[in-house]
Design a protein around this ligand. Structure first.
Ligand code: GLN
Length: 200
């Protein structure tokens, strides 16, 4: 049976994630309302701006339903702003900024510094195979602390400190970078085949 993969469609690069899901043979549904959330088996939270998405989730009464689905085990993948929204703790958040949570991590918003708003790098992610992934970072967060149940899948070294940029905790996956922008579909394939199918 084919799974319906929702893409949270409040703000950000929704179209690119819908296209990536469809390119790997999945069925994608943009999610703006509670009824749409109820009809998906798994969810992708796109990159964009976590503060704007947080305000829109509140305005659309989606924050609490999203928290409940994630706590109940809905497979969820967050890229960039989506990683921030899945984190239990956020550094450099705006005043009052809330998250959906679920990932036992502390992330830092805009962590790579204001001079380097964007950069690209080759990252080794063993679960995706031997070829490194070409990662695009745009005002990206990194992970500063991880809880015991979090698996680090990939990291970037900055000034000799290694910062996780791809993590998994059971049914939850997050990357600081945007695989939906590069045409490398391995993260979406991994999410659908190794996480959504196992936990959905
Ligand atoms: N800096 C953004 C935020 O705080 C994330 C950037 C992105 O998703 N490309 O939400």
């Amino acid at each position: 049976m084919s799974l319906v993969i929702g893409v949270l469609a409040l703000q950000g690069d929704v179209r690119e994630h819908v296209a990536a899901v469809e390119a790997v043979g999945g069925e994608a549904l943009p999610v703006r309302r509670i009824g749409e959330l109820a009809s998906v088996d798994a969810l992708i939270i796109p990159g964009g701006e976590s503060t704007a998405m947080w305000k829109l989730m509140r305005a659309f009464d989606l924050l609490q339903p999203l928290r409940e689905r994630v706590q109940e085990g809905m497979p969820t993948y967050g890229s960039c702003a989506g990683m921030i929204l899945l984190a239990d703790r956020v550094l450099d958040a705006v005043s009052g900024q809330e998250t959906i949570g679920g990932l036992d991590v502390t992330v830092r918003r805009n962590a790579f510094g204001r001079q380097v708003n964007s950069f690209e790098s080759e990252i080794s992610i063993v679960v995706l195979g031997a070829d490194p992934i070409h990662a695009v970072f745009i005002r990206a967060p990194w992970v500063e602390e991880v809880g015991d149940s979090v698996e680090v899948l990939g990291s970037v070294r900055v000034e000799s400190i290694s910062h996780p940029v791809a993590i998994r905790q059971g049914h939850l996956l997050a990357t600081s970078f945007h695989p939906e922008l590069t045409g490398d579909l391995r993260i979406h394939k991994y999410f659908i085949e190794q996480i959504a199918r196992q936990h959905g």
